[in-house]
Ligand binder design. Structure first.
Ligand SMILES: *Cc1c(COP(=O)(O)O)cnc(C)c1O
Length: 222
Protein backbone atom coordinates (compact mmCIF):
# COMPACT_ATOMS: atom_id res chain seq x y z
CA UNK A 1 0.00 0.00 0.00
CA UNK A 2 1.17 3.56 -0.63
CA UNK A 3 2.11 5.88 2.23
CA UNK A 4 -0.94 8.01 1.46
CA UNK A 5 -3.30 5.05 1.64
CA UNK A 6 -1.72 3.79 4.87
CA UNK A 7 -2.09 7.23 6.49
CA UNK A 8 -5.69 7.65 5.38
CA UNK A 9 -6.76 4.17 6.51
CA UNK A 10 -4.95 4.40 9.81
CA UNK A 11 -6.37 7.84 10.62
CA UNK A 12 -9.88 6.74 9.71
CA UNK A 13 -9.58 3.75 12.06
CA UNK A 14 -8.54 5.77 15.13
CA UNK A 15 -10.90 7.12 17.79
CA UNK A 16 -11.06 10.95 17.90
CA UNK A 17 -9.31 10.87 21.28
CA UNK A 18 -6.12 9.41 19.78
CA UNK A 19 -3.45 11.53 18.06
CA UNK A 20 -1.26 9.92 15.42
CA UNK A 21 2.45 10.70 15.48
CA UNK A 22 3.85 9.41 12.18
CA UNK A 23 7.36 8.20 13.00
CA UNK A 24 9.50 9.12 10.01
CA UNK A 25 12.97 8.38 11.40
CA UNK A 26 15.42 7.01 8.82
CA UNK A 27 12.93 7.68 6.00
CA UNK A 28 13.68 10.39 3.44
CA UNK A 29 11.95 13.78 3.27
CA UNK A 30 10.02 12.84 0.14
CA UNK A 31 8.23 10.09 2.07
CA UNK A 32 7.28 12.60 4.73
CA UNK A 33 5.99 14.88 1.98
CA UNK A 34 3.75 12.10 0.77
CA UNK A 35 2.26 11.60 4.22
CA UNK A 36 1.91 15.39 4.51
CA UNK A 37 -0.08 15.46 1.29
CA UNK A 38 -2.44 12.89 2.79
CA UNK A 39 -3.13 15.37 5.59
CA UNK A 40 -0.66 14.22 8.25
CA UNK A 41 0.97 17.09 10.18
CA UNK A 42 2.60 15.46 13.22
CA UNK A 43 5.86 13.60 12.67
CA UNK A 44 8.21 11.90 15.12
CA UNK A 45 11.99 11.75 14.81
CA UNK A 46 14.63 10.25 17.06
CA UNK A 47 17.91 11.82 15.96
CA UNK A 48 18.74 15.51 16.31
CA UNK A 49 20.83 15.91 13.18
CA UNK A 50 18.36 14.09 10.96
CA UNK A 51 15.47 16.08 12.40
CA UNK A 52 17.20 19.41 11.81
CA UNK A 53 17.94 18.54 8.20
CA UNK A 54 14.33 17.55 7.54
CA UNK A 55 12.84 20.49 9.42
CA UNK A 56 14.80 22.87 7.25
CA UNK A 57 13.39 21.63 3.95
CA UNK A 58 9.85 20.53 4.84
CA UNK A 59 6.68 22.66 5.29
CA UNK A 60 6.69 24.92 8.34
CA UNK A 61 3.26 23.83 9.58
CA UNK A 62 4.59 20.37 10.46
CA UNK A 63 4.58 19.68 14.20
CA UNK A 64 7.80 17.84 15.04
CA UNK A 65 7.89 15.48 18.01
CA UNK A 66 11.19 14.25 19.38
CA UNK A 67 10.89 10.61 20.52
CA UNK A 68 14.48 9.36 20.86
CA UNK A 69 17.22 9.56 23.44
CA UNK A 70 18.13 13.22 23.83
CA UNK A 71 21.56 14.38 24.93
CA UNK A 72 21.63 17.57 26.95
CA UNK A 73 24.19 19.25 24.69
CA UNK A 74 21.86 18.82 21.69
CA UNK A 75 18.72 20.27 23.27
CA UNK A 76 19.52 23.75 21.94
CA UNK A 77 19.33 22.57 18.33
CA UNK A 78 15.70 21.42 18.52
CA UNK A 79 14.12 23.76 21.06
CA UNK A 80 13.61 26.61 18.54
CA UNK A 81 11.03 24.58 16.60
CA UNK A 82 10.10 21.37 18.45
CA UNK A 83 6.42 20.86 19.39
CA UNK A 84 6.82 18.08 21.90
CA UNK A 85 9.66 16.07 23.46
CA UNK A 86 8.48 12.58 24.50
CA UNK A 87 11.72 11.42 26.06
CA UNK A 88 12.34 13.35 29.27
CA UNK A 89 13.90 10.81 31.63
CA UNK A 90 15.93 12.88 34.07
CA UNK A 91 15.79 16.20 35.95
CA UNK A 92 18.87 17.70 34.30
CA UNK A 93 17.44 17.16 30.85
CA UNK A 94 14.14 18.75 31.87
CA UNK A 95 15.99 21.73 33.28
CA UNK A 96 18.10 22.08 30.12
CA UNK A 97 14.99 22.12 27.93
CA UNK A 98 13.52 24.78 30.20
CA UNK A 99 16.64 26.92 30.02
CA UNK A 100 16.91 26.77 26.23
CA UNK A 101 13.18 27.36 25.82
CA UNK A 102 13.45 30.47 28.02
CA UNK A 103 16.20 31.81 25.75
CA UNK A 104 13.92 31.31 22.77
CA UNK A 105 10.92 32.76 24.59
CA UNK A 106 9.04 29.52 24.04
CA UNK A 107 7.11 27.05 26.16
CA UNK A 108 7.93 23.50 25.09
CA UNK A 109 5.56 20.58 25.71
CA UNK A 110 7.23 17.52 27.21
CA UNK A 111 6.33 14.01 28.33
CA UNK A 112 7.95 12.04 31.14
CA UNK A 113 9.30 8.78 29.74
CA UNK A 114 8.90 5.70 31.94
CA UNK A 115 10.70 2.40 31.85
CA UNK A 116 7.87 -0.13 31.56
CA UNK A 117 9.48 -2.86 29.42
CA UNK A 118 11.51 -5.82 30.62
CA UNK A 119 14.45 -4.94 28.33
CA UNK A 120 17.17 -3.05 30.15
CA UNK A 121 18.14 -1.24 26.96
CA UNK A 122 14.99 0.83 26.96
CA UNK A 123 15.24 4.18 28.70
CA UNK A 124 12.95 5.76 31.19
CA UNK A 125 12.15 6.79 34.72
CA UNK A 126 10.84 4.65 37.53
CA UNK A 127 7.82 6.05 39.34
CA UNK A 128 10.07 6.77 42.35
CA UNK A 129 12.55 8.77 40.26
CA UNK A 130 9.65 10.67 38.76
CA UNK A 131 8.08 11.61 42.08
CA UNK A 132 11.52 12.74 43.29
CA UNK A 133 11.64 15.17 40.36
CA UNK A 134 8.11 16.41 40.94
CA UNK A 135 8.60 16.75 44.71
CA UNK A 136 11.69 18.91 44.23
CA UNK A 137 11.07 22.60 44.78
CA UNK A 138 13.03 23.45 41.64
CA UNK A 139 10.12 22.23 39.55
CA UNK A 140 8.28 25.48 40.32
CA UNK A 141 10.90 27.47 38.44
CA UNK A 142 10.50 25.55 35.20
CA UNK A 143 8.34 28.17 33.55
CA UNK A 144 9.22 27.29 29.96
CA UNK A 145 8.31 23.61 29.88
CA UNK A 146 4.79 22.27 30.11
CA UNK A 147 4.60 18.67 31.36
CA UNK A 148 1.81 17.19 29.23
CA UNK A 149 1.84 13.56 30.38
CA UNK A 150 3.71 10.28 30.12
CA UNK A 151 5.36 8.09 27.49
CA UNK A 152 6.49 4.48 27.45
CA UNK A 153 7.54 1.61 25.20
CA UNK A 154 6.38 -1.95 25.81
CA UNK A 155 8.59 -5.01 25.59
CA UNK A 156 9.21 -6.29 22.06
CA UNK A 157 7.35 -9.59 22.30
CA UNK A 158 4.49 -11.50 20.71
CA UNK A 159 3.04 -12.13 24.16
CA UNK A 160 0.05 -9.81 24.13
CA UNK A 161 -0.59 -10.23 27.86
CA UNK A 162 2.87 -8.85 28.70
CA UNK A 163 2.40 -5.83 26.46
CA UNK A 164 -1.08 -5.14 27.83
CA UNK A 165 0.16 -5.32 31.40
CA UNK A 166 2.94 -2.82 30.68
CA UNK A 167 0.49 -0.37 29.10
CA UNK A 168 -1.75 -0.76 32.15
CA UNK A 169 1.24 0.08 34.33
CA UNK A 170 1.90 3.27 32.37
CA UNK A 171 -1.79 4.26 32.56
CA UNK A 172 -1.58 3.67 36.32
CA UNK A 173 1.44 6.00 36.57
CA UNK A 174 -0.44 8.64 34.61
CA UNK A 175 -3.45 8.39 36.94
CA UNK A 176 -1.26 8.58 40.05
CA UNK A 177 0.64 11.63 38.79
CA UNK A 178 -2.55 13.32 37.64
CA UNK A 179 -4.10 12.80 41.03
CA UNK A 180 -1.09 13.81 43.11
CA UNK A 181 0.48 16.62 41.09
CA UNK A 182 -1.64 17.73 38.14
CA UNK A 183 -5.23 17.49 39.34
CA UNK A 184 -6.14 21.05 38.40
CA UNK A 185 -3.94 21.14 35.32
CA UNK A 186 -6.01 20.21 32.30
CA UNK A 187 -3.03 20.20 29.94
CA UNK A 188 -1.60 17.14 31.73
CA UNK A 189 -3.63 14.84 29.52
CA UNK A 190 -1.39 12.75 27.24
CA UNK A 191 -0.44 9.08 27.40
CA UNK A 192 1.98 8.34 24.55
CA UNK A 193 2.00 4.59 24.05
CA UNK A 194 1.60 2.19 21.14
CA UNK A 195 3.72 1.53 18.03
CA UNK A 196 3.11 -0.33 14.74
CA UNK A 197 2.86 -3.76 16.37
CA UNK A 198 0.97 -2.90 19.52
CA UNK A 199 -1.02 0.31 19.04
CA UNK A 200 -4.48 -1.39 19.07
CA UNK A 201 -3.73 -2.79 22.54
CA UNK A 202 -2.38 0.59 23.66
CA UNK A 203 -5.59 2.30 22.57
CA UNK A 204 -7.68 -0.23 24.48
CA UNK A 205 -5.57 0.57 27.54
CA UNK A 206 -6.02 4.33 27.34
CA UNK A 207 -3.42 5.70 24.93
CA UNK A 208 -4.06 9.24 23.69
CA UNK A 209 -1.08 9.35 21.34
CA UNK A 210 0.35 6.54 19.22
CA UNK A 211 3.77 6.61 17.54
CA UNK A 212 3.58 4.59 14.35
CA UNK A 213 6.48 4.23 11.91
CA UNK A 214 6.97 1.05 9.91
CA UNK A 215 3.27 0.43 9.37
CA UNK A 216 3.09 3.73 7.45
CA UNK A 217 6.52 4.08 5.88
CA UNK A 218 7.58 0.45 5.53
CA UNK A 219 10.45 -1.39 7.18
CA UNK A 220 13.51 0.63 8.09
CA UNK A 221 16.87 -0.48 6.77
CA UNK A 222 18.48 0.33 10.15
C1 LIG B 1 10.93 3.91 16.15
C2 LIG B 1 10.03 4.28 17.26
C3 LIG B 1 8.63 4.15 17.12
C4 LIG B 1 7.96 3.59 15.88
O1 LIG B 1 8.17 2.21 15.78
P1 LIG B 1 7.43 1.33 14.68
O2 LIG B 1 7.52 -0.05 15.23
O3 LIG B 1 8.18 1.52 13.41
O4 LIG B 1 6.03 1.80 14.59
C5 LIG B 1 7.84 4.57 18.17
N1 LIG B 1 8.38 5.07 19.31
C6 LIG B 1 9.70 5.18 19.48
C7 LIG B 1 10.21 5.74 20.76
C8 LIG B 1 10.57 4.79 18.47
O5 LIG B 1 11.89 4.91 18.66
Amino acid sequence: MSIKTEIRQLKASLPDSVTLVAVSKFHPAENIKEAYEAGQRIFGESRVQELRAKEEILPKDIEWHFIGTLQRNKVKYIVPFISMIHSIDNAKLLSEVNQEAAKQNRIVDVLLQFHIASEETKHGLTIEECTDILNNDGIRFLTNVRIRGVMGMATFTNDEAVVRKEFQTLKGYFDTLKNNYFKEISSFNEISMGMSDDYPIAIEEGSTMIRVGSKIFGARTI
